[in-house]
Design a protein around this ligand. Structure first.
Ligand code: SF4
Ligand code: SF4
Length: 451
């Protein structure tokens, strides 16, 4: 009997403090999801605030506990272990389920928002407190989006904890999302000012330079509205080229942008799923630049229509903007861009669809000091850099030949350099002269040891 008793008590007594924290974290996540489902589908049976809002808080707290424990117990060198074995990060069944849930959420958000009514009610107290007005489905989305960046930002901070570059970059995207894309717009609404996102500019936030938005901001925001229009135009046409000249597109795509922020935090576990094939590169070029052209034409057409008071183009301009809004603004950036993270990687939107990325990429390739230099003589062709490049760039190909990487699509995340075991890669903002020149490789004949 005594043997049998000790056998059964062994598993419980063997749970370590770390294992216990992980278990509590998972329990909180499960209970939180249950609470959110009751809020979403329970009708009037239970208070959406006590189930939904508490559920959101429980998922957040549980997620943080689990992430803290899992990432802390791995050494820095082991952080990517299992990336190609884990069902969730190798397009396994759980990845597909996650993809379907995310995609389904975006479809409900854009086209059937009333189905989210219970969850919207759950965040009502938060909306009243922050914005002094009722919650809507966009506030719910903003809350989820910001929490995803903050919680998974902690994940990225722990995963890349030995690199100052990644620590500062991650804090930067968390700061811009929380401050500039969540709290500040809420404060503006609380003060009865137009809602405005200071960290998004045309052509990503395409309607900010549409005549309808410009007149709305000026009419409703008085001097502040004029400043908002001025800010948007200056950031799009003056600050963007200057900052990209000095730092490449990374200043925006990996430090400020909310889409990039989500990709670098919540999307980080999927970065290796990006397609590295030449075909994907060809698709990238064939899709992203026409989208940039589409939004430039749409904006011009809208202004021509506005100046001619509708006489010149009639309903054509609104047809342009609604087509762009449906296919690019909603379908591509939301449904595909985030919903497909677990299947196609975390930068599908940034790589194939974002007009801001196309604009920044052209500047980066032709008018910038940024490049990734490669000390090709040190490369052992392990391929880590290519594997973890979220933009599908075959970094190893350049490294093997000592060539600098100057690609329009590179977002300057710096992960290629971080995972390189030989210190081959370096992100630099050097002079533009000879920017494309390869580093001369040291050959055996250059050394002449036997002589
Ligand atoms: S080449 Fe390096 S810095 Fe550029 S996107 Fe790929 S991993 Fe990031
Ligand atoms: S990670 Fe470093 S050593 Fe490995 S292939 Fe890339 S550049 Fe070469």
């Amino acid at each position: 009997m005594s043997t049998s008793s000790s056998t059964y008590s062994a598993p419980l007594s063997s749970i370590t403090a770390g294992g216990f924290i992980k278990l509590i974290g998972l329990l909180l996540i499960a209970l939180g999801i249950l609470g959110m489902m009751v809020a979403a589908f329970g009708g009037e049976a239970a208070s959406p605030v006590s189930t939904g809002l508490t559920g959101i808080a429980a998922v957040t707290a549980g997620g943080l506990m689990y992430i803290w424990q899992v990432r802390r117990q791995k050494s820095v060198a082991e952080q990517n272990n299992g990336a190609w074995q884990n069902d969730m990060t190798t397009r396994g069944a759980s990845a597909w389920v996650t993809g379907v849930v995310l995609t389904g959420f975006y479809i409900l958000l854009y086209w059937f928002p009333t189905t989210l009514h219970g969850l919207v009610l759950a965040v009502e107290p938060l909306s009243q407190w922050l914005r002094n007005r009722p919650a809507d489905h966009w506030f719910l989305y903003g809350t989820f989006y910001t929490l995803a960046i903050l919680v998974m930002g902690v994940h990225a901070l722990l995963k890349y904890r030995n690199s100052n570059y990644h620590i500062i970059r991650t804090i930067s995207v968390m700061f811009f999302q929380l401050g500039f894309a969540f709290l500040l717009p809420a404060l503006l609404l609380a003060l009865n000012q137009p809602e405005f996102y200071f960290s998004y500019f045309w052509p990503l936030k395409y309607d900010y330079l549409f005549p309808g938005t410009v007149s709305y901001l000026i009419d409703n925001g008085a001097a502040l509205g004029v400043f908002m229009v001025f800010w948007g135009a200056v950031l799009s046409f003056i600050a963007t080229p200057i900052l990209t000249y000095y730092f490449g597109k990374r200043w925006y795509c990996s430090w400020v942008c909310g889409c990039g922020g989500l990709a670098e935090t919540a999307g980080d576990p999927y970065r290796h799923l990006s397609d590295k094939s030449k075909k994907a590169w060809q698709w990238e070029v064939a899709i992203i630049y026409p989208i940039l052209g589409f939004i430039i034409i749409t904006t011009l057409v809208l202004w021509i229509n506005s100046w001619s008071e509708g006489r010149l183009l009639g309903n054509l301009s609104s047809g342009f903007s609604s087509t762009y809004g449906f296919f690019i603004g909603a379908m591509f950036s939301g449904v595909v861009g985030v919903g497909f993270y677990p299947i196609m990687g975390n930068r599908v939107w940034c790589r194939f669809g974002c007009p801001m990325a196309a604009y920044l990429g052209l500047l980066q390739k032709h008018f910038s000091r940024f490049r990734i230099t490669t000390n090709g003589g040190q490369c052992i062709s392990c391929g880590n850099c290519s594997t973890y490049c979220e933009m599908g760039i075959d970094v190893r190909h350049y490294a093997q030949q000592g060539e600098p990487i100057i690609r329009a699509s590179c977002v300057g995340c710096g992960i290629c350099a971080h995972v390189c075991p030989r210190g081959v890669l370096k992100l630099e903002n050097g002079p533009r002269e000879n920017r494309f020149a390869a580093t001369p490789l040291i050959k055996r004949s250059d050394v002449g040891i036997l002589n």
